[in-house]
Design a protein around this ligand. Structure first.
Ligand SMILES: Nc1ncnc2c1ncn2[C@@H]1O[C@H](COP(=O)(O)OP(=O)(O)OP(=O)(O)O)[C@@H](O)[C@H]1O
Ligand SMILES: [Mg+2]
Length: 255
């Protein structure tokens, strides 16, 4: 097992303490502890490892059976679900169709501005201006259903960016993006000035993160600099594949 373990960071924006989570009879986490202080954190691991569940816990969409989720030292679930929580943390869903509510792009973007107490006219105007700054003015009145999968994923990212919580949780944001769009998203993440926690199977964008957490079956398998954790994960996958192709049962050298 890799021995990559990061030093505990001071003053985490988000923290999980002794989290036990069952989803539909499945035990996902059994006593998970994590402090999340770094501005860029990658989350990697096999399908079913617990990445989405972790992000859902961090934004209050999932309630642990026991344990606590802390936002800036306060219990997340004790915070009002409206404006204050929306300012602290927001999530971009793995599947854009689980996130998008409104029929048009500008209405979807405007939704994230509602907690600021603006009028509908003001939120729509801000959404249009935001699109125009990105040379996407023609997207404003477009029906979301006419966007491609990758474009809907980009819309979800833009909606979260415009809403602007302190921490942005991105669940597989690169999954449907072409290579230029992946690079563009990485640049926007780097420039956004927010804490970003990104779950991904595309390792390139998180390889240079100061911190990457590798989850395996609900446990932290490795936690440290992106270059080291990604290399350890790739080595484990290569080992696992070699064993499977040779018809051998996996041994601890793999995972
Ligand atoms: N709604 C649910 N009901 C029951 N079990 C669930 C539910 N959602 C997820 N699980 C289980 O919880 C575990 C963690 O799932 P999760 O979606 O967090 O994994 P993941 O790392 O995000 O996987 P992927 O890479 O496929 O997105 C899996 O074993 C999964 O089967
Ligand atoms: Mg997932």
């Amino acid at each position: 097992m890799p021995s990559v373990v990061s030093a505990p960071a001071a003053s985490p924006l988000l923290e999980l303490r002794q989290i036990h989570l069952r989803r539909g009879g499945q035990e996902v986490f059994a006593g998970l502890n994590l402090g999340l202080a770094e501005e860029r954190i990658g989350l990697i691991g096999h399908n079913g490892a617990g990445k989405t569940s972790l992000l859902r816990l961090l934004c209050g969409l999932e309630l642990p059976q026991t344990g606590e989720v802390l936002s800036q030292g306060q219990s997340l679930h004790a915070l009002p679900a409206g404006q204050l929580r929306a300012q602290r943390v927001g999530m971009m869903f793995q599947n854009p169709d689980d996130q998008i509510i409104f029929p048009t792009v500008e209405e979807e973007l405007a939704l994230g501005l509602q907690p600021r107490g603006l009028s509908r006219r003001e939120t729509l105007a801000a959404a249009r201006a935001f699109l125009a700054e990105r040379s996407l003015a023609d997207w404003g009145a477009r029906a979301v259903s006419t966007l491609s999968q990758g474009q809907r994923q980009r819309l979800c990212w833009l909606a979260l960016l415009l809403a602007g919580p302190r921490t942005l949780l991105l669940d597989e944001p690169y999954a449907s993006l072409d290579l230029p769009s992946q690079a563009h998203l990485s640049d926007e993440i780097a420039a956004c000035g927010r804490q970003v926690i990104v779950s991904t199977h595309v390792l390139g964008p998180v390889r240079d993160c100061a911190r990457v957490i590798w989850l395996h079956e609900g446990r932290v398998q490795a936690d440290g600099p992106g270059s080291e954790v990604c290399a350890a994960y790739e080595a484990a996958v290569a080992c696992e594949l070699a064993q499977a192709r040779a018809g051998r049962a996996p041994t601890p050298c793999a995972l």
